[in-house]
Structures are given as structure tokens and as C-alpha cells.
Design a protein around this ligand. Structure first.
Ligand code: DQA
Length: 170
């Protein structure tokens, strides 16, 4: 069960990537930061019982025409930054749960800023609502450079982000 934190959603009208074309699917990168490989067993009261694999299944089950999901997780800040660089080069929209990096990684923020400045959509997502938790979680160094933020809805944070990206691309 997810904690009964009040959901928090904010979106900024932002950039566009190439329109969807069912013949050449657009990849949506779903990037997950540290400790999210432990989903399912880590603090289920906060993060729910679903695993990262369950999340991949839920996103793929959306079967949005012209959209391909590429879900990844790393505990390594440099690897996550490298994936954002790749997304810039390949012009790929990103759903990003930066996990604890949210709160202090200026290096990740700079990479995220390059992505949105290049015109890509970047939706920051969180399973929990960080604003309803410890004070150190109230700061996101990513949000100001993201296209928008969805937090507090468990896996639905990701599904909402995917729907938004598909809508913007469609
Ligand atoms: C999180 C919230 C972060 O504060 C935390 O460090 C995480 C997960 C979330 O999805 O709710 O690892 O990003």
C-alpha cells in the first residue's frame, strides 16, 4: 500500500519532440535512480509493493501506438548522466525518477537542463510525494529544468507522464 500522501502534480507547458509515427516508433526513456532496483521490498508503505519489473509491465501494457518503452535503473550518478547525454543526441523524451539524486545532484541537473534546452520533454516523476516527507526531500534541484513534475501517485506518476508525452508527441 502506498502511504496516503497527498498527490502533487505540476506541469509546465514545454518543448516538443518529433511527432509520433506508428511505422517508426518513438522511444521513451524511463530512467530510474538509486535504490529503485529495490522497489517491491524497499519501504512498501511509501513506495508500494510493485517491483521495477512490474512497472515496466505496467508501462508497456499501455500499448500507445508509436511508443516504445526503454526502462532503465542505475545506482550510479555518472551512468544516469550518460543516459541523459544519449537522450540529447538521439532526441529521445525522458521520464526521470532521479530518486535521492533529486535533492542534491547539480551534475544531474545540468544534464537535465541540456536535454530540455535541446527541446526534449523531460518529466520528473516520484512515486511518493516528497513534499509530504522529510524536509530534505522538499528540495528538488531537477524540477526547475524539467518540463514538468508528477509526484505522489505511485506507478500512476509514471503512467501519467507517459500519457502526457504521448499526447505531446501525437
Ligand atoms: C523518490 C523520492 C526520493 O526522495 C527518494 O530518495 C527516492 C524515491 C520517489 O520516487 O518517491 O529514492 O524519488
Amino acid at each position: 500500500m502506498l502511504a496516503d500522501h497527498q498527490g502533487w502534480l505540476s506541469t509546465k507547458l514545454g518543448a516538443m519532440t518529433a511527432p509520433l509515427d506508428a511505422t517508426t516508433p518513438t522511444t521513451v526513456l524511463v530512467l530510474n535512480g538509486p535504490n529503485l532496483n529495490r522497489l517491491g521490498t524497499r519501504d512498501p508503505d511509501v513506495y508500494g509493493n510493485g517491483s521495477l519489473e512490474d512497472l515496466r509491465v505496467a508501462l508497456t501494457a499501455e500499448e500507445l501506438p508509436g511508443v516504445r518503452i526503454d526502462l532503465r535503473q542505475t545506482n550510479d550518478e555518472g551512468e544516469l548522466i550518460g543516459w541523459l547525454h544519449d537522450a540529447i543526441d538521439s532526441r529521445t523524451p525522458v521520464i526521470l525518477n532521479p530518486a535521492a539524486f533529486t535533492h542534491y545532484s547539480y551534475a544531474l541537473r545540468d544534464a537535465a537542463a541540456m536535454l530540455t534546452q535541446a527541446g526534449m520533454l523531460l518529466v520528473e516523476v516520484h512515486l511518493s510525494n516528497p513534499h509530504a516527507r522529510e524536509e530534505f526531500r522538499h528540495t528538488s534541484v531537477i524540477s526547475a529544468v524539467a518540463t514538468g513534475v508528477i509526484a505522489g501517485f505511485g506507478f500512476d506518476s509514471y503512467l501519467l507522464a507517459l500519457a502526457l508525452i504521448a499526447k505531446r508527441l501525437g
